[in-house]
Design a protein around this ligand. Structure first.
Ligand SMILES: Cc1cc2nc3c(=O)[nH]c(=O)nc-3n(C[C@H](O)[C@H](O)[C@H](O)COP(=O)(O)OP(=O)(O)OC[C@H]3O[C@@H](n4cnc5c(N)ncnc54)[C@H](O)[C@@H]3O)c2cc1C
Length: 323
């Protein structure tokens, strides 16, 4: 028997940008809301991976530093006083009855809710690595996968590997901080936004593409250089660098979520256009979801959050009408 006082209308699991926006929207729709996050702070990837990076593609801001966006999103979310639970990883989800879902955290705490919106990001994401000599042994000594702060890069020679938004954004962010920035893109095309690529090509970043990759990392205690090559011509060159940033994507593991009975497709939770999943009362939004045309951006995640909350509210109302 669950006490009415312990039962929430909507519980949002994961307090990244999408979860924060979902919590705000849930309050706006006058739902009794709980927000649960495994880390001691909210913010998701924006805080854990790139707090100082500028973001150029969220609605309403021409540019905003990631940590500042999280501060705005938190302020927006807290307007309606959701219950906020930090330091708890939701380890299990069970649909007990119609409009009664039980969430168990790894601390043993139980949470009860009529509907859930899962905004857990891309699961336990691990940066994609490269199988090149010296790379793994120099991790932490000049090999980076994220740049939580830019100041340590001041005056350094930095090599960035990748052709996506993160690689291009890092390169632009370091243009006036590092002594030199070189960016290698192995692909013939860019996955970064076109306008950002245009800015990159006009910047003082040395861009080597297409077909440019890294063949070996040089250095004993710390990175001192890299052997780079053109995979088409086979030509190699050795360059002096102090820091190497690999920005070539993430490998995700959402196995724990699969065990909750959710349908998983291509590494994400399969959702319908209303953001419902295969489990009644369970909705999802943000990087964790997959559907035809899905893009992993804050802006699209926020739209999905609004849809998910709307659908969850409809689900709750249907239950009340049926009673
Ligand atoms: C380097 C980099 C740069 C980027 N730059 C941009 C950009 O400029 N613009 C843009 O739009 N997008 C950018 N992105 C993508 C953007 O960060 C993601 O689309 C966004 O973070 C997705 O938000 P989310 O809330 O779905 O997931 P996340 O940000 O991953 O947040 C998920 C949250 O859920 C929590 N969580 C996970 N599992 C559980 C659990 N079981 N229980 C409780 N809590 C849990 C996590 O701790 C985390 O706080 C970038 C990504 C990277 C890696």
């Amino acid at each position: 028997m669950v006490l009415q006082s312990e039962l929430y209308d909507i519980t949002v699991v994961g307090a990244g940008p999408v979860g924060l926006y979902a919590a705000y929207y849930s309050g706006l729709r006058e739902c009794k809301t709980k927000l649960i996050e495994l880390y001691p702070q909210v913010g998701g990837r924006l805080i854990s991976m790139y707090p100082e990076k500028e973001i150029f593609d969220v609605a309403g801001y021409r540019r905003i530093v990631a940590a500042d966006l999280i501060s705005e999103l938190s302020g927006q979310a807290m307007q309606y006083d959701p219950a906020v639970v930090l330091n708890e990883r939701i380890a299990n989800l069970r649909v007990l009855d119609e409009r009664l879902i039980e969430l168990t955290s790894d601390t043993g705490a139980m949470h009860y809710t009529q509907a859930v919106v899962l905004t857990v990001g891309a699961g336990a994401a691990i940066p994609r690595k490269l199988d090149v000599p010296n790379l793994i042994s120099l991790e932490g000594n000049g090999i980076h996968y994220f740049l939580p702060a830019f100041e340590p890069m001041r005056g350094r020679k930095v090599l960035i590997v990748g052709g996506g938004n993160s690689a291009v954004d890092w390169a632009m962010a370091l243009e006036n901080v590092a002594a030199e920035v070189t960016l290698l893109n192995r692909s013939y095309t860019w996955t970064a936004h076109e306008a950002m690529v245009d800015k990159l090509l006009q910047s003082r970043v040395q861009v080597k593409y297409p077909y440019y990759g890294i063949k070996a990392v040089l250095g004993e205690d710390h990175v001192t250089g890299a052997v780079i090559w053109n995979e088409k011509s086979g030509l190699e060159e050795t360059i002096a660098v102090d820091e190497i940033v690999l920005s070539i994507g993430m490998l995700t593991n959402i196995e724990p979520i699969r065990q909750w009975g959710l349908e998983i497709k291509g590494g994400g939770i399969a959702v319908n256009t209303d953001m419902s999943t295969n489990l009644p009362g369970v909705f999802a939004a943000g990087d964790i979801v997959t559907y035809h045309g899905k893009i992993q951006l804050i802006a699209s995640g926020a739209g999905e959050a609004a849809t998910a909350i709307h659908s969850a509210k409809e689900f709750i109302l249907e239950g009340e009408l049926g009673r």
